[in-house]
Design a protein around this ligand. Sequence first.
Ligand code: AMP
Length: 421
Amino acid sequence: MTFQAPKGTFDWMPPRSELALSVREQMSAPLRLAGYRYVETPAFEDTALFARGVGESTDIVSKEMYTFEDKGGRSITLRPEGTAAVVRAVLQHGLHHGPLPVKVWYSGSFYRYERAQKGRYRHFSQVGAEALGVEDPALDAEMIQLAAEAFASLGLTGVELLLNSLGCAACRPAYRSALQDFLRGLDLDDATRARVEINPLRVLDDKRPEVRAQLAEAPLVSDHLCEACKGYHEEVRSLLRTAGVAFTDDPRLVRGLDYYTRTTFEYVYEGIGAQTAVGGGGRYDGLSEMIGGPPLPGVGWALGVDRTVLALETEGLVEANTPRAGVEVYAVPLGDEARRVLFDLVLELRGAGVSADLAFGGKGVKGAMKGADRSGAAYALILGERDIAAGAAQVKHLASGEQTAVPLAEIVTMFKEKLVK
Ligand code: AMP
């Protein structure tokens, strides 16, 4: 019997895996420049953290979680998203008692039992950022700019930023009832009717055409914002404009998670399948309290690595973002003594910052030279018995076929000069 990666998952294999790694690095580079610190939390948490911190009425919690009982009888869930766990960790370690905002970022795997299709997987990868403890429109604008910067640094031109405000504890209840009144008058199935009562904003996010068609006249949150929320949102928009971050106001944008307040945003990309969101986030001022913490406002985002790679493939940006793989120097020993000498020399080259590999497995000169060609190396370093006696190795430039004898003692310096920038 042979095994395959489980349904809804796939393996990242070279060179695509190297592209994904470079995407993660480029997503985090702007964050590091802006003072965000790296955190790592477990791949699983107590189920209750997500039930409370994401919301019972969300699809994530009601349908998509990988939940199981561990051998100690605890209910455990593979993390479906990062924010609840990061806020849990910040509270647990008391970072919120230090300088504010607490700025952190993460990168890792997330798990949702979703209907698998292109761009929607059961195991996927996100880079995320959170800034906690401060409510300041400039912080929201910084967050939004940092993700825009990450997509731009990858060369992507087709990412559109959608922006909205969801209001706050003062103005959202009135909007919520106005929306409920409207939704109760529509022709909806039972599950959606139930959702109208628990989480009416989520109904606005329904993707089914028969539901969408009925939502054209739905009341908009932007018409119900209180003066404070209006002023806050206007300031975020103005800061973004000054910073040259293009955005589209989308008064219908709501997010799948319950804890969002005020600023909410999504980065969308058309042409990578039915799933268009490559990233999203917003302000979540009530989350800390929902998971038993003190009032602690926060703003953050998560960017999808898998879909961003699909977008790069769509825009022909694969090569530009895939780092050079393989080694520069490929050493070919002819005989046991040559292997001993080259083994040491290869380690010395690496120590000097020159990437180098060795033909393992005693292939003989023909097989080893084939290995050198396949490795993509610029140079082969060939050593036979006669070379050892002469104290020199043959350095062959593989593209031109040019070959010269170089004294063994000079090899490292020569390659260092040629190859290390
Ligand atoms: P969310 O927490 O749902 O807003 O997710 C943030 C980002 O993660 C999305 O914009 C997607 O790019 C990515 N993402 C979420 N769910 C999946 C999934 N099932 N498969 C692949 N990417 C996903």
